[in-house]
Write a protein that binds this ligand. Structure first.
Ligand code: HT7
Ligand code: ZN
Length: 844
C-alpha cells in the first residue's frame, strides 16, 4: 500500500482555465466527454502530465485536436503534452448501474447521482482530482429523464438535455450531477443584498410531504450566515437532492447539495425530535460549507479540518443560537467524549491534521470533525469574540478563491491579534487527549490551583509537548454563591499555578466550565464537592458533569465492590429534577447516566478489566432503583413532559418530550410496560411512538408492537430503518446477536443500502453487552458481514471496523476472539485499501 505524506505536497504542473463536460447517460454505458484548457503552472516543478482515473474505459483522447494514445494504468493516465497551453479532449465510458461503492457516478432507486469527495471524480473521467486544482465548470447532461441537474446556474434546458454553468472556480470533489424522475419542493430566499435565490428540495415522488422542515432549516441557515458571518449566497439557485443510497450524511457540492434521505426528509409522523434537530444541523452544515469549504477550500486532504472543523463549529453555533445553548453544548460534549475520545485514546488516534494516510476516506473522523471544531472553539475563547469575528472577516477576504492550509488559517488570527500561535498549533499536529491533573492549595485567603498536563503516546508519536489549554474556571463559596465568575486561565506549561487572592473562605472550584478544552480532567474531588456543584454550579455543563462523575463512581462501586446505588447522588439529582425553573430538556439530560461504553472506559482507566455483563447488570439495578426511589416524582415529571399542543419539532416541545421519554424509561421498570403500551397505541408522532416501542423492546413485550409498527410503516424505508435498528439496539444482551442474525434474513434487509446495513449491524455493535458477549458471536457476525460488504462498498465497511477500536480494553479471551476476527478480515482475498488500512491500524 502507498502512504501519502503531508510533507510531500507539490503543486500540480498546470492550471485549468475551464472545464466542459458532456454526459450521455445510460445505466451501463454512460459516455463522458471532457474538454479542458491546461496552462503550465509557473509555481510548480516540472512533472509528467498525469491525470487520475479509475475504472474508466478510455474511448478517445486528443490534444489540440490531434488524437493521442496515453499510457493508461490502474490509477490514471500519463501523456506527452506540449510545453505551452493546450486543449485536452477525452471521452470515457462508465457504468453507473454497476457502481456499488457509491463513489463517482452511481444509481440509487433509479436515479443517477454522484459523490466525488474525496476522490470520486476520478471514477467519472480522467482529471487532476486534487482539491488545489480549481476550475470553472460547464456541464451538459443528456438523458431521457425529467430532471437533469448539475452545479451552478441553469443555462439551457430542452427535451432530453440540460446545461449548467458554475461561475465559481471549484475543485472536482465539489462536482455533482443528479438525473431522475424527481419532484421538487420549491421556495425562494432574498439575500441581504436583495438578490432572489431559487431554492429547491428534490425528492422521489411520494416524498414531497417531507420537505417543508428542511426548507425552513435552509432559509434559517442562509439568514444566520448573513447575520453572524456576513456571508451571502452566491448563485441564482440552491438545489438539495435526497438520495436513498449514500455512504455518509450529506455532501456540499456547489449549488447542488446531495443528502442521504435520512438527513433531509422529515415529517412528524415519521421522524423523531432528534431526527428533526439533526436534519436542521446537517442542512446548516452543508449550507455553511458554501463559504467554509467551497469558496475557500483545502490545499490538500491533510487540511480537511480546515473546512470540516470550522463548519462543524459553525453549525454548532447555529444550533445554539436557534435552540438551547446549554443543552446543545452538553450534547456536543457528550458526543465528543463518546466518539472522539475513544478514537484519540486508542489505536486509531491521529492528529486533527493528519500527516499521512493510505486512504483519505478513513480520515473523515470524529477527530477531524469534532475535535477540529473544539480547537476552533478554544481559539475563539483565547482571542475573544471580537477578534474572532475580525479574523474570520480577514480569512474570507484574504483567501476567497484559495485552496488554503491550516497555516493560512492561523496566520489570520496572528495578524488580527498579534499573538504567536506556534504552540497553539500543536492542537493540529499532536494526537491524543491531554490529561490535566489539578491540585489545590488554600492559605490566608489565597487559593491556588495547580494544573499539570500530560498526553500519552499515540501511534507514531511517542513524545508529546505541552499544549495551550484555555481552562475556564469559576469559584463558589461554601454558601453556593459565585465569588469568582468564570475566568479563562491559559495553561501553557507542563505544570502551572494560578492564584486567587482575598477570598473570605476556601472556595469550591468549577473547572473546565463549558468544557472549554477537550481534555480529561483528573481531580480527586470528594463526592460532597460534586454534590455541591450538582446543586449550585451556575455552569450547566459542569452541573451535568458533576452528576455524571457521581454516576460513574456509583456504578464503579456497584460493579467492583457490589455496593448499592449512591443515595446521596440520587437525592441531589432529585432536587434538580424537581426544580421547575430548569429547562425540561436540561433535566432530561440530567436523568441520563454514563453509558455502558463509557463505564467500560472508566473501569479500564482505573485498572479494572471491564466485564460487559457486569456493567449491564449494574445499569439495570441502578435504573430499577431510581425508578423505585423516584416513584412519587415520576407522575408530575411525566405531566411536565406531556405536550398538549399540535406537534412542533422546536426546542421547547422536544425538550418536554425528552423529559417524558426519560420518565417513561423509569415508569416501565415499575409497570412492566403498561404506560409504554398505552403511549405506543395513542402516539400521533414518531417521537412518542418510537420511545414507547423502545421501552417495549427493552422489557421484551414487543412482539405485537413490532408487528403493528411493521404493518404500519413497511412502505417507508426511513421508518423501517428505525424498526430494524431498535430491535437490536434496545434489546437485552442475549437477544442481540440472534435478533441481528434473524433480521439479516428479513426480506427487507437490503444490505447494499448503507442505512439499512448500519441499522442492523451498526446497532448491534453499539449494544455494548450484546456485541461483547463472551462467546464472540457478536464479533463473528459483524466480521462476516464486513467481509461480504467490502467487495461492494469499501468506504462503509472501513468505517464500521472502528467498532473494534476499543478491543484492548477487554479481557484476554475477548481480545483473542476479536483478534481472530480482525485477522480473518485482514486475510480476506482482495481486501479493499480502505478496510486494509483500518484493520492494520487497529491491530497495531
Ligand atoms: N464533506 C462531506 C464529506 C464526505 C462525504 C459525504 C458523503 C459521502 C461520502 C463522503 N466522503 C466525504 C460531508 C460533510 O462533511 O459535510
Ligand atoms: Zn462537512
Amino acid at each position: 500500500p502507498v502512504t501519502i505524506h503531508l510533507k510531500d505536497y507539490t503543486p500540480f504542473g498546470w492550471q485549468l482555465s475551464d472545464v466542459h463536460l458532456t454526459f450521455h447517460l445510460a445505466p451501463r454505458s454512460t459516455r463522458v466527454v471532457s474538454k479542458i484548457h491546461f496552462t503550465p503552472n509557473p509555481e510548480a516543478p516540472a512533472q509528467d502530465f498525469f491525470l487520475h482515473g479509475e475504472q474508466l474505459t478510455l474511448i478517445r483522447a486528443a490534444i489540440d485536436g490531434v488524437d493521442v494514445t496515453p499510457e493508461v494504468t490502474e490509477d490514471g493516465l500519463r501523456c506527452a503534452v506540449p510545453d505551452g497551453p493546450f486543449l485536452w479532449e477525452c471521452e470515457v465510458e462508465i457504468a453507473p448501474a454497476d457502481n456499488t461503492a457509491l463513489e463517482g457516478l452511481y444509481m440509487s432507486s433509479g436515479m443517477y447521482c454522484t459523490q466525488c469527495e474525496a476522490e470520486g471524480f476520478r471514477k467519472i473521467t480522467y482529471f487532476p482530482d486534487r482539491p488545489d486544482v480549481m476550475s470553472v465548470f460547464t456541464v451538459r447532461v443528456e438523458g431521457d429523464l425529467p430532471v437533469l441537474l448539475s452545479n451552478g446556474n441553469s443555462v439551457q434546458r430542452g427535451d432530453g438535455f440540460a446545461e449548467w454553468h458554475d461561475p465559481w472556480p471549484k475543485p472536482a470533489y465539489l462536482f455533482a450531477l443528479v438525473a431522475g424522475d424527481l419532484v421538487n419542493h420549491p421556495d425562494s430566499f432574498t439575500t441581504m443584498n436583495g438578490r432572489k435565490v431559487k431554492l429547491n428540495i428534490w425528492v422521489r415522488p411520494g416524498d414531497e410531504g417531507k420537505c417543508a422542515f428542511g426548507m425552513e432549516a435552509l432559509k434559517k441557515s442562509m439568514r444566520w450566515d448573513e447575520e453572524v458571518y456576513g456571508r451571502e449566497y452566491d448563485l441564482e439557485v440552491f438545489n438539495i437532492v435526497a438520495v436513498d443510497d449514500f455512504n455518509m450524511g450529506a455532501m456540499e457540492n456547489k449549488g447542488l447539495n446531495i443528502f442521504n434521505s435520512s438527513c433531509v426528509l422529515a415529517s412528524p409522523e415519521t421522524s423523531t425530535d432528534d431526527n428533526f434537530e439533526r436534519i436542521e444541523s446537517i442542512i446548516a452544515h452543508e449550507y455553511f460549507h458554501n463559504w467554509t469549504g467551497n469558496r475557500i477550500t483545502c490545499r490538500d486532504w491533510f487540511q480537511l479540518c480546515l473546512k470540516e472543523g470550522l463548519t462543524v463549529f459553525r453549525d454548532q453555533q447555529f444550533t445554539k443560537d436557534i435552540r438551547s445553548a446549554p443543552v446543545k453544548r452538553i450534547d456536543d460534549v457528550a458526543s465528543l467524549r463518546g466518539r472522539q475520545f475513544p478514537e484519540d485514546q486508542g489505536p486509531l488516534a491521529h492528529p486533527v491534521r493528519p500527516e499521512s494516510f493510505q486512504e483519505i476516506n478513513n480520515f473523515y473522523t470524529a477527530t477531524v470533525y469534532d475535535k477540529g471544531a473544539e480547537v476552533i472553539g478554544m481559539l475563539k475563547t483565547l482571542v475573544g469574540d471580537e477578534a474572532y469575528a475580525k479574523a474570520l472577516t480577514l480569512y474570507f477576504d484574504r483567501h476567497d478563491g484559495d485552496a488554503a492550509t491550516i497555516e493560512d488559517w492561523l496566520k489570520v488570527f496572528e495578524d488580527t491579534t498579534g499573538r504567536d500561535l506556534a504552540q497553539f498549533k500543536r492542537w493540529y499536529s499532536q494526537a491524543g487527549t491531554p490529561r490535566v491533573s489539578v491540585t489545590e492549595d488554600w492559605a490566608d485567603g489565597t487559593y491556588t490551583l495547580t494544573f499539570a498536563q500530560t498526553t500519552r503516546p499515540t501511534p507514531g508519536q511517542p513524545e508529546k509537548a505541552p499544549q495551550v489549554i484555555p481552562m475556564a474556571v469559576g469559584l463558589l463559596n461554601p454558601n453556593g454563591d459565585e465569588v469568582v465568575p468564570t475566568r479563562v486561565l491559559e495553561i501553557t506549561e507542563e505544570t502551572q499555578s494560578f492564584r486567587f487572592d482575598e477570598l473570605a473562605a476556601r472556595p469550591i472550584p468549577s473547572i473546565n466550565r463549558g468544557f472549554s478544552a477537550p481534555v480529561v480532567l483528573d481531580r480527586d474531588s470528594s463526592s460532597e464537592e460534586r454534590a455541591f456543584l450538582l446543586a449550585h454550579d451556575t455552569d450547566p455543563v459542569n452541573r451535568w458533569e458533576a452528576s455524571l462523575l457521581l454516576g460513574r463512581d456509583c456504578l464503579f462501586a456497584m460493579i467492583t465492590e457490589n455496593a448499592g446505588p449512591d443515595v446521596a447522588w440520587l437525592d441531589g439529582l432529585e432536587r434538580v429534577l424537581r426544580d421547575r425553573d430548569l429547562d425540561p430538556a436540561f433535566r432530561a439530560m440530567m436523568m441520563g447516566w454514563p453509558s455502558q461504553n463509557e463505564m467500560a472506559q472508566v473501569l479500564f482507566e482505573r485498572g479494572v478489566t471491564p466485564d460487559p455483563d457486569a456493567i449491564f447488570a449494574a445499569q439495570e439495578t441502578l435504573t430499577q432503583f431510581k425508578a423505585e426511589r423516584w416513584a412519587d416524582l415520576l407522575p408530575s415529571l411525566a405531566a411536565e413532559g406531556t405536550v398538549d399542543a399540535a406537534y412542533r419539532p422546536d426546542a421547547d416541545q422536544s425538550g418536554k418530550r425528552a423529559l417524558g421519554s426519560a420518565v417513561l424509561a423509569l415508569t416501565t421498570r415499575l409497570d412492566g410496560g403498561k404506560a409504554a403500551q398505552a403511549q405506543f397505541e395513542s402516539a400521533d408522532n414518531m417521537t412518542l411512538q418510537l420511545s414507547a416501542l423502545g421501552q417495549l423492546v427493552r422489557v421484551g413485550k414487543d412482539q405485537d408492537a413490532l408487528a403493528a409498527f411493521e404493518a404500519q410503516w413497511c412502505k417507508d424505508r426511513l421508518v423501517m430503518d428505525k424498526w430494524f435498528g431498535l430491535q437490536v439496539g434496545a434489546t437485552a444482551p442475549d437477544n442481540v446477536v440472534p435478533r441481528a442474525t434473524a433480521l439479516t434474513q428479513h426480506a427487507d434487509f437490503d444490505w447494499k443500502n448503507p442505512n439499512r446495513f448500519r441499522a442492523v449491524l451498526g446497532a448491534m455493535a453499539m449494544n455494548h453487552a450484546g456485541f461483547h458477549r463472551k462467546d464472540g458471536a457478536g464479533y463473528a457476525l459483524l466480521t462476516e458481514w464486513l467481509i461480504k460488504l467490502d467487495d461492494l462498498n469499501p468506504q462503509t465497511t472501513a468505517r464500521m471496523c472502528s467498532a473494534f477500536q476499543t478491543w484492548k480494553r477487554y479481557d484476554a479471551d475477548r481480545q483473542a476472539l476479536i483478534r481472530v476476527q480482525l485477522e480473518r478480515l485482514r486475510d480476506k482475498p482482495k481486501l479493499s485499501r480502505d478496510t486494509a488500512e483500518m484493520v492494520a491500524r487497529i491491530l497495531g
